[in-house]
Design a protein around this ligand. Structure first.
Ligand code: FAD
Length: 404
């Protein structure tokens, strides 16, 4: 009888936006035996990651997977998916587990793509995980505090939303380090570099213009039509001009998770996994989120929708109902640029400034709710103001401010 109740094994790989959402929806139906395999015990809420890089309120961006599934029947396995045995219907992991599935949902997220530019993989920093942020912040401290350097150039490559968010908040963070350590006053030079003719190349012209104006007000230099050709330990080559720097963050390229190419998935011309109208890449294998070739993949809202969509169709299948076709929905984009200012774009609607920054806070609450985090936990996350710094001197200064 119990065997019958758990008649359908669904293996979900990837504990991010798409994978967690699919697991949450399926866990409500006792006919499914749901396993969530992820290579990290933490879910990363990427939209708040730039804040962790410049303020370090980690609890807003890092959430233990168990928080989502405390009272749910989902078997969580922390391990890395390495290969796929299509005949045996098994995923093989780094620890050599062989995990069976009837249906497989892959939501593996994207990886950084350095586009073959020499030196980037060795010398640039990235905003992609708590570990990469920690490395960047340690470097910023090292330069300012230990080396007492006063002529630093900070570069952010890529003027998409991630680069813009970081550029908007970096200056305040550097000024805080300078103040906390009583360093000789100097104004950090922050430059954002974009190869396209305008900032936010995929967004409307007026949005690019407004964001550029805002960045300039925050003291950020904007370089467009500028190509990074090489990075060394202490120079960046932009349009064949060598500029001194040791602080370069690369946000300009994302690529497909290696699992797909390693396991011979059919790819589209834009290097994403080809999927049909049910987000199916192959029989019984669904690919969702960043790696699926859908019009708005690359956004958290899309991954959440994909996860829910595939889960609902699996439930319909067990109910002997026809699966629904996938339909695309244009996500709302809200890009924070410094404190209390954001650019909001939704179709023809544009809102800039403080109001948009409020919408951004609301959008985060909606996303946390989509992830079925309970209200008490959401309140804790949203109203968490306690900043944790690795640097003891900065921490003392923050605690003093925090305690009033
Ligand atoms: C800095 C940054 C800011 C962003 N800001 C926004 C924003 O403001 N709004 C927005 O809509 N989108 C934003 N995004 C994009 C958004 O975060 C992604 O679109 C979303 O995370 C994609 O969801 P996913 O499920 O496809 O992948 P992810 O959420 O990345 O999850 C993938 C999961 O798979 C795991 N994994 C990877 N490989 C394996 C493996 N081989 N075996 C097991 N597990 C594996 C990973 O550890 C991870 O847990 C941002 C992205 C970044 C990097």
């Amino acid at each position: 009888m119990i065997e019958k109740m758990h008649s359908r094994k669904v293996l979900i790989v990837g504990g991010g936006f798409g994978g967690v959402k699919a697991a949450l929806v399926l866990s409500r139906d006792p006919r499914f035996k749901v396993t969530l395999l992820s290579d990290s015990k933490d879910f990363v809420y990427y939209p708040k990651l730039y804040q962790a890089a410049t303020e370090d309120i980690k609890s807003k961006s890092i959430i233990d997977l168990n928080v989502f599934f405390r009272d749910k029947k989902v078997n969580i396995i922390i391990d890395k998916a390495i290969s796929l045995d299509r005949n045996a219907k098994q995923v093989i992991t780094e620890k050599n587990l062989k995990l069976d599935y009837d249906s497989l949902i892959l939501s593996l997220g994207s990886k950084t793509n350095y586009m073959g530019i020499p030196g980037l993989d060795q010398y640039s920093y990235e905003i992609k995980s708590i570990a990469s942020i920690k490395r960047y912040k340690e470097h910023l401290h090292q330069q300012l505090v230990k080396n007492h350097r006063t002529d630093l150039n900070y570069f952010i490559i890529g003027a998409g939303p991630t680069g813009i968010e970081l550029a908007g908040s970096l200056s305040k963070y550097l000024q805080a380090i300078i103040k906390n350590h009583n360093l000789k006053s100097h104004k950090p030079r922050i430059t954002i570099v974009e190869a396209a003719p305008k900032l936010l190349p995929l967004f409307p012209v007026d949005t690019s213009r407004m964001v550029k104006k805002r960045l300039k007000r925050l003291g950020v230099t904007v370089l467009t039509k500028s190509f990074v050709k090489e990075l060394t330990a202490n120079h960046i080559n932009i349009n064949d001009q060598l500029l001194p720097t040791e602080s370069v963050v690369w946000t300009a390229g994302v690529g497909l998770n290696d699992f797909y190419a390693n396991n011979n998935f059919a790819l589209s011309s834009n290097h994403k996994v080809s999927v049909n109208v049910y987000l199916m890449a192959e029989r019984d294998i669904y690919v969702i989120g960043d790696n699926a070739n859908t019009p708005y993949s690359g956004m958290a809202q899309t991954a959440l929708r994909d996860g829910k969509y595939v889960a609902v169709n699996l439930i319909r299948e067990l109910d002997h109902k026809k699966p629904k076709n996938y339909y695309v929905k244009k996500p709302v984009t809200i890009i924070p640029v410094g404190s209390n200012w954001a650019a909001m774009i939704y179709g023809k609607l544009r809102i800039y400034g403080f109001i948009a920054s409020i919408f951004r806070e609301l959008a985060d609450i909606v996303a946390y709710r989509e992830l079925e985090i309970n209200d008490r936990e959401i309140k804790r996350i949203i109203f968490e103001t306690k900043i944790e710094e690795e640097c003891p001197v900065c921490q003392i200064a923050i605690d003093a401010k925090y305690l009033g």
